[in-house]
Every structure is written in C-alpha cells, then in structure tokens.
Design a protein around this ligand. Sequence first.
Ligand code: SME
Length: 157
Amino acid sequence: MENLNISKGTKEQQYQSLIPQIKGLLTGENNVVANMANIAAALKEQFDFFWVGFYLVEGNELVLGPFQGPVACTRIAYNRGVCGTAWAKEETLIVPNVEEFPGHIACSSLSKSEIVVPILKDGNCIGVLDVDSKELNSFDLIDKQYLKAILELFTSQ
Ligand code: SME
C-alpha cells in the first residue's frame, strides 16, 4: 500500500480508519526507522498535527528520531520536559496547555498542547511518541488509547 486513505469523521473514526492502514504499512517490515517514519507520516497526513515524531532512549537522554513537522531539539535529558517526564514515569502525559507544564521544552512557540506516549518493549521504555498541536486542549483519552494501540503495532513487529 502506498497511498493513505484519509478519512473524515470523528477523531475516533479517523483513528479506526488509520490503524488498519498503519498495520498494513508495518506488517512484514522489521526495520524500526522505516516503521517509525511511516507512523509519523500517517499520523501527520490524517490529522495534520503540527508536529509528530519519535524520541529514542540513548543512555540518559532521548535523541530525536523520525518525525514530521518543523525542525526540533535533538536531545532531551531524563525527566526533562514533557518527553523526558513521560519517559521517567513510563506514563502517557496529556498537556492541555504547554505553558502550564513546568519545564516544558519549547521547540516551537507555535506548539500549544501536547501528548507524549512512552514506547514500552519487553518492560523497558525505549523511547516516546510526541504529538504537538497549534491549538490548546487538542488531546484526550481517545488519542491516548489509539496512539498506544499504534505503538503496540510498532513494538510487536
Ligand atoms: N515539547 C517537548 C519537546 C519536544 S518538541 O515539542 C518536538 C518536551 O517538552 O519534552
């Protein structure tokens, strides 16, 4: 499959249309960079998020991985920013207003809200998926549920 079928409808319907397509893109491909790149591209294309991408654990830092959107900071320390905190807690963080998150790292002043989902593989956090929006309050438990499902497709490859 080379073309993404972009769906209209509620956020839930959009994720439900996207997930089997992401599964199709990942099935039979075990290259993690290729799979992260296509996940970021598919999410960007369906939802037109401001920024969507991966940070991967390397020692005591997160290092920028495949992403879609404007250039971003390359390294984030453990427990720093939304990404480093989600890594440390191994929990999804939904930030309705990034200006109210202590220690938020502003890669762009245009980013207003954010969700960061840790990537857990064999009980270890190997990185995070970070999605940013230009609007406040963009993310909720629906995003958390479906982004986690997408990451499970990724880690099970
Ligand atoms: N805002 C993130 C940094 C990454 S960029 O938004 C792409 C943070 O606070 O961890």
